[in-house]
Design a protein around this ligand. Sequence first.
Ligand code: G6P
Ligand code: ZN
Length: 543
Amino acid sequence: MTLSSIQKGPFEGQKPGTSGLRKKTRVFMEPGYLECFVQSTFNAIGGVAGKSLVIGGDGRFYNDKAIQIILKMAAANGAALAIVGQGGLLSTPAVSHLIRKRKTDGGLILSASHNPGGIDEDFGIKYNVANGGPAPESVTASMFDETLKITEYRISDAPDIALDQIGQYQIGEMRIEIIDPVSDYAALMEDLFDFDKIKGLFSGGFTMRFDAMHAVTGPYAKAILEDQLGAAAGSVINAVPSEDFGGGHPDPNPVWAKVLMDEMMSPAAPDFGAASDGDGDRNMIVGRGTYVTPSDSLAVLAANAHLAPAYAAGLAGVARSMPTSAASDRVAEKLGINSFETPTGWKFFGNLLDAGKVTLCGEESAGTGSDHVREKDGLWAVLLWLNILAVRQQSVADILKDHWAEYGRNYYSRHDYEAVPTEAANALMAQLEAKFDALPGTVWSGLTVTTADSFSYHDPVDGSVSHNQGLRISFGGGARAVLRLSGTGTEGATLRVYLEQYAGPEADHSLTAEAALASVRAAVIEMTAMHSHIGRTEPNVRT
Ligand code: G6P
Ligand code: ZN
């Protein structure tokens, strides 16, 4: 093996966003682009000499090539061990679990999550630290600093490794283990949940559909739901990971998982439907005829988690991202446990989980998880729902109705305005924020503003402060709007408008979200002068 130092870099724009570095695939394929980012990551963590890493991705185009490059770079940088999923596949929660189980120094995940894949679509890379979670802001900031000054990277000229063959390999001094991507994760799930109860549910005729969206959860869901738990063959659809996710967006929401949604709303719907995203950390939950918003799902899981063995002793607390609805806060209050409001991005939950302050976390962006790993976990959420359904023997719709009757309903929807020119989006946000001092007491579309602020998070564990995490406006009568710019887009800006309206336990819970949120939506459009800034008021996606 020959080691070389290649003169290259720096490249512009290698600043990690909400969830690592995401760019068009062709950008990552530019000579030296991926290499410089990986070397910068290694440099930022004090090098990888003698260290161990978990490496895997969601199977999108360039996944295998990127892994071959990273392995040769890790070897050239003196790493001791790389644990890689067979075929280069590992779901994000499975990486998090392996980092923890094998006590590695960290891991690299190749994914752009729910964004489409292919040579003309998106690619991404994310570094996770030794607790299994995404690198905190202090680490991503030094990674970015390194990308600005990098001038060379180190790589070996060893031949490619046979990623498809489970076994032990070697590049120079570095050991490589190619492992089955599913088995460790499946064993963890069996520890957490009552598999016998769930088996009983399926053997009693319960039906489900899990849409793996041609992405990484296919092999996991087949093994766990069909082979271990006895769901009927064919319960898992689109189960073979493909490089371009079958040409779709592997994003589990009513828009991109429309085929599943249509089936769940039809007379022939199975009892339960679910989907996960490209890298397996997001989830969508649907009952027969009933879509469960991610915010409601978090609240229902928090209220019922004690029905699963792993959480039988109760929860330490629940955390949600700021734009997520307040439904889970009400559960935490009733249970008398901690509740926290964090910025968008799973990395903000890491400290709370490590410090034992919370057990469950969730985000409106279809992420739910617990202290079993340090990432959100799509299949985990599906299994917790199944465990709850198996114990309660009620439909999803009835569980939701009962929940709202007890806690009230937080009507909720997120409206996304995609590919907005960055300057227009920035101007809309800046002009709205500039008005904040004068907003309380003013009336917009019949709603009176009570408070308006830009969200700052004070981490109660390490004392760090994150400013500018979204603009929030509360109105009298239980309405709230949040506006922020996405940190995961790859084209222009994506303006996210999060709308919420609380209806107490005695109120009407049977409205459509659209009807319940019409006033707060109109207030936002008016208050931001949306049309004059971005030329439209209709979002591309409503979740
Ligand atoms: C990723 C992160 C999540 C985050 C989501 C939306 O999935 O892991 O934590 O909520 O992106 O982020 P965005 O900045 O696009 O709203
Ligand atoms: Zn994801």
